[in-house]
Design a protein around this ligand. Structure first.
Ligand SMILES: Cc1cc2nc3c(=O)[nH]c(=O)nc-3n(C[C@H](O)[C@H](O)[C@H](O)COP(=O)(O)OP(=O)(O)OC[C@H]3O[C@@H](n4cnc5c(N)ncnc54)[C@H](O)[C@@H]3O)c2cc1C
Length: 342
């Protein structure tokens, strides 16, 4: 028997604390109830929307005709071991950072730079979470999901998930909310962690005089740097990076660099370059300012803060103003990272 809540406020279920109410909200402790949840949503003729911890979600204001499903199936287990590789499965409802900590405590390398990312394991493949030179794509092997179209459980190999920079097939409108992820499998390494190239992390180890950082050292470094750059969403509501770093043709980036010698660039290959969106926003003089009730974090212009109970409309207005200013100054269109739902 499903426990269905009605007219549930959604703001407290997100880290940016904005948005209206969901008509239906269903919390399930394990995946076996997913067919029943889908049948319920079909009967009520409302779209089904899987929700994790709401750290990458901005719900629209007002009363939303949605059936939200939250799968709380936390588990982590070793799937198999092959020479220096260990395959670990984790339930979609596991806290992502609990998963990372579990792997580090056992000496399994591969997700240590993803320490401290809020949210659930089930949401991690959706935007191919990444930080400090690591992406989920590098270790993910497969996801298990309930296919709401075919009404059956499926295993999708990572190739089929089409993970790329902050995206995957699950964001493609043709597949949106078709798959409700129930678990993921990652391939981790029993070898020592690979040397890290990310400048902030290298600087941290230099100041700490650490020559060969362990997984635990890397986690400490990442958590320390994250605390310096990101506001704690428990006290200052936010959704992390609000914009993706734009990827532009290399020639265009080179031209921008001539004009702005201090521009922050991350070469991808011979043809493409990633720009630091936060730098672009900062150059528009926006860091530390407010657009209506919405703040642009004083330590990191990529983060929009909501300490003043802004609505979704306020946040979208702030977003549009930032997009316009960056477009006018640099001719670059930023793309929002969190998903607007409803
Ligand atoms: C302070 C802060 C820092 C952050 N730092 C980073 C960072 O360094 N790198 C990074 O990549 N991201 C970062 N994020 C973004 C966010 O933490 C990640 O995107 C995270 O994976 C979202 O998890 P969630 O459970 O909160 O997802 P939600 O916001 O609940 O959902 C996000 C998307 O996943 C879908 N989804 C959720 N669960 C399932 C499921 N079981 N099956 C299918 N679809 C599902 C939702 O429908 C939605 O489309 C940060 C966010 C915050 C607030």
């Amino acid at each position: 028997m499903l426990e269905v809540q009605e007219q549930v406020p959604l703001a407290p279920r997100t880290t940016i604390h904005a948005g209206g109410t969901a008509h239906y909200f269903i919390h399930i402790p394990n995946e076996t109830q997913l067919p029943e949840v889908c049948a319920f949503a079909r009967e009520k003729k409302v779209p089904l929307h899987p929700l994790g911890d709401g750290s990458n979600t901005l719900f629209a204001d007002g009363s939303l005709e949605l059936c939200i499903v939250k799968l709380a199936n936390p588990f982590i287990r070793v799937w198999s071991v092959e020479q220096n590789l260990v395959y670990v499965e984790s339930g979609a409802g596991t806290e992502w950072d609990a998963f990372v900590l579990w792997t580090i405590q056992r000496g399994y390398a591969g997700v240590e730079c993803l320490s401290g990312i809020p949210g659930t394991v089930g949401a991690a493949p959706i935007q191919n979470i990444g930080a400090y030179g690591q992406e989920l794509k590098q270790t993910l092997v497969q996801v298990r999901a309930y296919d709401t179209k075919l009404e059956t459980y499926v295993s999708l190999p990572v190739k089929q998930c089409e993970l790329d920079y902050r995206t995957s097939i699950f964001k493609d409108p043709a597949y949106k909310n078709r798959y409700i992820l129930t678990s993921i499998v990652c391939r981790l390494s029993l070898r020592a962690p690979t040397p890290l190239t990310y400048t902030d992390i290298q600087n941290y180890f230099q100041t700490q005089n650490i020559q060969q950082p362990s997984l635990a050292n890397i986690r400490d470094a990442v958590l320390t740097i994250r605390t310096q750059k990101l506001p704690d969403y428990h006290s200052i509501p936010n959704a992390g990076s609000f914009f993706k770093n734009p990827i532009i043709p290399k020639e265009r980036a080179d031209a921008l660099q001539k004009q702005y010698p201090n521009i922050k660039l991350f070469p991808i290959d011979n043809t493409q370059t990633k720009l630091a969106a936060g730098w672009l926003i900062d150059q528009c003089g926006l860091k530390g300012s407010y657009i209506g009730p919405v703040g642009i974090y004083e330590k990191n212009a990529l983060v929009l803060t909501n300490a003043n109970m802004a609505s979704c409309a306020d946040i979208i207005q702030a977003r549009d103003s930032i997009l316009k200013q960056v477009q006018e100054k640099f001719g670059i269109t930023l793309e929002m990272e969190p998903e607007i739902v409803g």
